[in-house]
Design a protein around this ligand. Structure first.
Ligand SMILES: [Zn+2]
Length: 293
């Protein structure tokens, strides 16, 4: 009797493993931002859609956010933001990692480059999404540089030898931005996130210290934040609606067709980085199966 239970357990265990291996989680996505709310804005809608399809999606913040507030700061703020990021991760359906580097003091140094290489390797990432190195904020700029610096090294065994290298260089993409110099963002991929935009806003609202306190204060619109919690989500929805540029619209038409493009209200766009694996149209459709649907 004991033995047959044992065999049954092994069969169930093996079956579970084989089901886990054949789930459509072949694609593993890691988004890397400077602060514990950056990935959310750049790729949160796409993350919601991919994770609902069974993809493995991780957000990483390269800094702990300990400078992002007008009253609080240091360790207690970092702790608060960690809790906010964890809650946001739950709402997005992703795991959220926060690296313990100071906010506002990030530099493109070897130590942080190695941290990022390890994160990409540990996640066994097929796709890495990060900011371009063109940005008003030095932490954003250097996160862009740091991820570019990791883009080849993730496959080099002698670099960070404590973490096994990737056998295939991932596809590297950039989050969308509106900066024009030295070159404007090119929307190679545009994802229609209209159907999940409300969910995205709800998930981003988990970062209370940011969207209802710090960003309104530094942006000079603190007096516009609704006092009642019930009014805050509709207010944030308006604030987070992003402009769709003509280039983004062209990309939407390319991927979804004109008829559908006319109905699109919210978009997340990505540019292909030159340094990783270069995906063709079929590979892009494999990474983003929602395109055209
Ligand atoms: Zn940021």
């Amino acid at each position: 009797m004991q033995k047959s239970i044992h065999i049954l357990f092994i069969i169930v265990f093996c079956a579970t493993i084989s089901i886990a291996q054949t789930k459509p989680e072949a694609i593993r996505v890691i988004m890397i931002g400077a602060h514990p709310d950056d990935c959310d804005g750049g790729g949160g809608g796409t993350a919601i859609m991919l994770s609902s399809m069974g993809y493995a999606v991780k957000f990483v913040s390269v800094t702990n956010g300990d400078a992002g507030h007008q009253i609080e700061g240091g360790g207690s703020l970092a702790k608060r933001r960690m809790a906010e990021a964890t809650e946001a991760g739950k709402r997005f359906g992703v795991t959220y990692d926060v690296l313990d580097n100071h906010d506002g003091e990030l530099t493109p140094n070897l130590n942080v480059r190695l941290q990022i290489i390890r994160k990409i390797r540990e996640w066994n990432a097929d796709v890495v999404i990060a900011p371009r190195p063109n940005d008003y904020h030095p932490d954003h700029r250097y996160t862009g540089v740091l991820v570019q610096d990791a883009a080849y090294m993730v496959a080099v065994p002698n670099v960070a030898p404590d973490t096994p290298p990737l056998r295939k260089n991932p596809v590297f993409l950039y989050f969308q931005d509106y900066f024009q110099r030295p070159n404007p963002f090119r929307p190679d991929v545009a994802v229609d996130i209209t159907s999940v935009f409300d969910k995205k806003v709800y998930a981003m609202a988990a970062h209370e210290s940011q969207y209802f306190e710090w960003l309104p204060w530094i942006g000079g619109y603190a007096n516009e934040v609704p006092a009642s919690k019930a009014d805050r989500l509709p207010w944030l929805t308006k604030r987070l609606s992003r402009r769709i540029t003509p280039e983004m619209m062209q990309s939407i038409e390319k991927w979804y067709g004109k008829e559908r493009a006319a109905k699109v209200k919210n978009v997340e766009a990505f540019e292909i980085c030159e340094y990783g694996t270069q995906p063709g149209t079929e590979e892009i459709k494999r990474i983003f199966p929602m395109l055209g649907k």
